[in-house]
Design a protein around this ligand. Structure first.
Ligand code: C5P
Length: 424
């Protein structure tokens, strides 16, 4: 497919290089049109090298090809990221002062804006009116992500993660003018039909300063495999996506998160209507006590910095407590909660015993234990787990690809949900 990628003048322009890679690796032909201002953040040479296509932001380049008309007309999809307040205003007003805004006026296919700006600019009545105007014209404007912004401030205004923009773009690329295959009726006898399953995946990143973070090796592969398996089992799936090396699957709701605190907020909100919650994400147990608003400098005249950490809330435990406190008869009372335990073992106790203690401490219904080491589990295609149950039933061992492990866990969850015997 032919995609035009418009790049607005914001610091988040650098993240769009990853988005461009996702498009090209999926086989799309991408023409990048940066605004003049954006080239102060990322130069045209970067876009040319990554896209393999010539890059210009002038209506006077390639005049013989009538670029200002052709590019928008031929594009199967136009994605604008970061969509600045200025670009949204120009697009809403129909201005055509440069190649990108000309192209947007000539668009004959879907258009997707991924905004990024400071919270005050996003929440300003002018920006909100422009977004409403664009949406009323059938254009997709994503909500910005919530989290750390360029300076010391945080709130709604972060560019959604490239994976999330990519997933939204793919959804718009579904050919609608081709004869659609007739949807087979959704079988209601699938094990998770009618259930909403929330799955957290990937690893959280805890910022130290605007450029550094504490993270972990989680790739998100197991969580994504679970999302696919749950969808195939008939569930409505919501993926709380921390940092992942793989794109989220199509057909699931993706909620991008960065930090443990953001994941907590997303999980508590999602829990309200979820029949099943699977906490597969690797959540940082600690975060830096202080986040510097500016890059921490290496200086010869002061001592090297030390990092103090504070404990993050245990989201899994909190979800279980909220579930257990919900009144009998409420939808949430019967929620099935699944945790993961990545253990390395330290020679002092067997990891199964650690995991059993963790299951009791956290109070979840199932705990999926995997043994981790530098060459095991994280980022790999395979996994070997033991599923422990709160009801004390025999531990269930499963090994194979992450897809196999996901299928086994989803099937086990299906059995737990239909089991006549009370789970607790
Ligand atoms: O205590 P531990 O980190 O080993 O527990 C792992 C399980 O708890 C995983 O399911 C993980 O998603 C969840 N967790 C959490 N909140 C934390 C730490 C872990 O929900 N702060």
């Amino acid at each position: 497919m032919r995609i035009v990628l418009g790049v607005g003048g914001g610091i988040a322009a650098y993240k769009v290089a990853s988005l461009l890679r996702l498009f090209t690796e999926a086989g799309h032909n991408v023409t990048v049109i940066p605004t003049e201002a954006s080239t102060r953040f990322v130069g045209t040479a970067t876009w040319e090298a990554l896209s393999g296509n010539p890059v210009s932001n002038s209506v006077f380049d390639g005049v013989h090809q009538v670029n200002h008309v052709r590019l928008g007309h031929e594009a199967d999809l136009i994605v604008v990221a970061p969509a600045t307040a200025d670009l949204l205003a120009k697009a809403a007003a129909g201005q055509a002062g440069d190649l990108l805004t000309n192209t947007l006026l000539m668009a004959s296919g879907p258009v997707l804006y991924a905004p990024a700006m400071h919270t005050e600019m996003w929440q300003h009545a002018a920006t909100q009116a422009n977004v409403a105007t664009l949406r009323s014209r059938g254009v997709t404007v994503l909500d910005p992500a919530v989290g750390r912004l360029t300076g010391a401030d945080s709130g709604p205004g972060r560019l959604p993660e490239p994976d999330a923009i990519f997933a939204a773009a793919l959804a718009l690329l579904q050919p609608t003018d081709l004869p659609q295959p007739i949807e087979p009726p959704q079988p209601t006898d699938l094990p998770l039909a009618g259930r909403t399953v929330t799955i957290s995946a990937g690893g959280t990143r805890e910022p130290l300063d605007p450029v550094r973070f504490l993270g972990n090796r989680s790739s998100g592969k197991q969580g994504v495999a679970l999302a696919i398996a749950a969808k195939e089992a008939g569930a409505t799936v919501r993926l709380l996506a921390a940092h992942m090396d793989v794109p989220p699957p199509a057909g699931v709701e993706v909620v991008p998160v960065e930090t443990a605190l953001e994941l907590r907020a997303a999980a508590l909100a999602a829990a309200a209507d979820s029949g099943v919650i699977i906490m597969a994400a690797a959540v940082a147990d600690f975060r830096p006590a202080e986040v510097s608003g500016t890059k921490i400098k290496k200086r010869d005249d002061t001592a090297d910095p030390t990092i103090s950490l504070v404990r993050n809330p245990d989201i899994l435990q909190e979800l279980v407590q909220l579930r257990d406190a919900s009144p009998e008869g409420s939808a949430r009372h019967d929620q099935l909660i699944v945790g993961f335990a990545a253990e390395t073992g330290d020679g002092q106790g067997d990891i199964l015993a650690y995991a059993e203690a963790k299951l009791r401490r956290k109070g979840c219904d199932l705990l999926v234990l995997n043994q981790v080491g530098t060459d095991k589990v994280f980022g790999q295609e395979t996994n070997a787990v033991v599923i422990l149950a709160r009801d004390g039933s025999e531990p269930q061992e499963t090994a194979g690809t992450k897809k196999d492990v996901a299928a086994a866990l989803i099937s086990r969850i299906g059995c737990e949900l239909t089991n006549e015997a009370p789970r607790r």
